[in-house]
Design a protein around this ligand. Structure first.
Ligand code: ACO
Length: 429
């Protein structure tokens, strides 16, 4: 993989080392610094991992400059057009798209795991009525390790796959149960005669007292949204899952850590923040005022749903979601926030501040408008992201754990605290 090297010299000692430059299948080459401490006696310093590849991976590739996203080599646009979310789950877990038979077996397998242990339903009931659903998700996902002891051996590939199937299958059940808890309605048991997304809609909107059939427009829109959120290489939550998992903890614990990371407004929580921001802006006439705030370095306000660590071009997922938002609104009726979002995007993309910094709408900018059209409340938006991203987290966790060279993740630091000193007696402090 390495055909070039980079020579580094420590000017104070004159010592030199050659570091291999590694080339992946696509993308920026990576300098292998593993021998640096041994050779030159120093570490690298890169807060936020802005210039650091934390691992080697075969799952997802994204080119931020081109605005390109590939799952296992397939462009996201083609997958969204031609595949279902569960086919993409199979692709991420197994590396190839399923044929018809493999797809049917996979769908049947996932369906067979949609129920949650009855004990978990009691656990869910213990949360306060106004708990944020992401708080419930984080807690309940972590607690799965207390219920599914037969799939906790991380070195057994069959148990790993069993955990993958369980997590993909149970996330919608837990998510819908969290929602039902917040509105004081009974959690619905899953219906395995429905599609993955259809069943989720049923568990969200169905009631034991009446019949419910999911609307195909909503079913398709959510399926595409789950697919678009399924993976995004080494983002904060996936890196969290990898770091937590690298200690050989059980997968449910690692995925719970990823869920907690996703909740933050700089990551998966942004979709909720976008809608709150649009409500606050209120009308097109206020856009300039809010843009000025976003540009003011003394104001913590940022344009939510704009900007991305890697994309310095239009996020390809946002393009698909924007189109889909129009389609969904045609069916469910206009939302004035769509007009507002379109104006905001247009004005921001002509503004020097955003142009110079390559700040474009990201995946979260238009997704909330679709969720709202489907009746999904704000505090469930990040939960929707969690359902989609679960498969990506597991695919990365499986890739890491199945590597015989896996080591615990343990970054170093640049220490700037006190040097060694003696503890003074109580009277002298
Ligand atoms: N509004 C205003 N200014 C912004 C924004 C924004 N949304 N995003 C970045 N900037 C500015 C920064 O202030 C910085 O300006 P400077 O160079 O003058 O200091 C410059 O653009 C670069 O931004 P960074 O913060 O260095 O970029 P980083 O890669 O660290 O952050 C992030 C990326 C967190 C996504 C950021 O763009 C942001 O906060 N966006 C809003 C929140 C959001 O939408 N998050 C969802 C991301 S997608 C996802 O996780 C699914």
């Amino acid at each position: 993989m390495a055909n070039k090297t980079v020579t580094l010299t420590d000017n104070s000692t004159g010592k030199t080392t050659e570091l291999p430059l590694l080339n992946g299948t696509c993308g920026t080459p990576v300098l292998d610094v593993r021998s640096l401490n041994k050779e030159l006696g120093c570490f690298t310093f890169d807060p936020g991992f802005k210039a650091t590849a934390s691992c080697q991976s075969e799952i997802t590739y994204l080119d931020g400059a081109k605005g390109e996203l590939l799952y296992r080599g397939y462009p996201i646009e083609q997958l969204a057009e031609q595949c279902s979310f569960l086919e993409v789950c199979y692709l991420l877990l197994h590396g190839e798209l399923p044929n018809e038979q493999a797809r049917d077996e996979f769908v049947a397998n996932i369906s067979s795991h949609t129920m949650i242990n009855e004990g978990l339903r009691v656990f869910l009931d213990g949360f306060r009525y106004d708990a944020h659903p992401m708080a419930i998700m984080t807690g309940v996902v972590g607690s799965l390790s207390a219920f599914y002891h037969d799939s906790l051996n991380i070195y057994d590939p069959e148990q790993r796959m069993m955990t993958a199937h369980r997590l993909i299958a149970k996330m919608p059940t837990i998510a819908a149960a969290a929602y039902k808890h917040s509105i004081g309605e009974p959690a619905m048991y899953p219906r395995n005669d429905l599609s993955y997304t259809g069943n989720f809609l049923y568990m969200m909107w169905g009631r034991p007292t009446e019949a419910y059939e999911p609307d195909p427009v909503a079913e398709k829109a959510l399926d595409v949204l789950f697919l678009l959120h399924a993976d995004h290489e080494q983002n904060a939550s996936t890196s969290t899952v990898r770091l937590a998992g690298s200690s050989q903890t059980n997968p449910f614990g690692a995925i719970a850590a990823g869920t907690a990371s996703l909740w933050g407004p700089a990551h998966g929580g942004a979709n909720e923040a976008v809608l709150r921001m649009l409500d606050e802006i209120g009308s097109v006439s206020n856009i300039d005022k809010f843009l000025a705030r976003a540009k003011d370095k003394n104001d913590p306000f940022r344009l939510m749903g704009f900007g991305h660590r890697v994309y310095k071009n239009f996020d390809p997922r946002a393009k698909i979601i924007k189109k889909m938002a129009h389609k969904v609104l045609e069916n469910y009726g206009d939302d004035p926030r769509m007009e507002l979002a379109l104006h905001l995007e247009e004005i921001a993309r002509k503004d020097d501040y955003f142009v110079k910094r390559n700040l474009y709408p990201n995946v979260d900018f238009y997704s909330g408008i679709i969720y709202q059209a489907l009746g999904i409340p704000y505090n469930m938006f990040t939960v929707m992201f969690t359902i989609g991203r679960t498969v990506g987290w597991i695919a990365h966790w499986m890739e890491m754990v199945s590597d015989p060279k896996m080591v615990i993740g343990r970054p170093r630091q640049l220490y700037t605290g006190h040097g060694p000193r003696d503890v003074p007696s109580l009277k002298k402090r």
